[in-house]
Design a protein around this ligand. Sequence first.
Ligand SMILES: [Zn+2]
Length: 171
Amino acid sequence: MTKALKIVELGNPILFKKATPIPDVTHPDIQTLIDQMIETLKHANGVGLAAPQVGVSKRLYLIWVDPVDTSAATIRVVINPKLTVIPSNKVRDIEGCLSIPGLRGTVSRNQQVLLHYQDRTGSEHTVHAYDFEARIIQHEHDHLDGIVYLDRLKSSHDLMTESYYTTMEAL
Ligand SMILES: [Zn+2]
């Protein structure tokens, strides 16, 4: 049985490092890492997970294809991605991060992006993503460049605790 990995939290310098490309995506070690990351993402109940968040500084992340209904959707494995911002509106919305428990922040992101990546078999794909999916892609892509969402905040006033966020959601 594949076991979930421990999620690296804020303070660990790996979160601020630029991750390196994966030359051989079909290598057994990479395949095992992908399976372990899938298990970790499901276990943590997140919408995305980047390899540096499990302590591996490689250009790989997972996202739910339909993050609104995770029970029905599948996980997209994104390797060696290239992200192109499509000229579009900037949208402000609240984000959290599995590596930054207890906090949420309002972050401005591009509404549309073009993502080019390899899947776990090495096949190449291009996806035009919008709205929430585009936001998750930008958040996970940042992890590969050593950027966390806190770096994208305009001010500390855009930050809130998880418990404040929960009461806000209940209103
Ligand atoms: Zn994150």
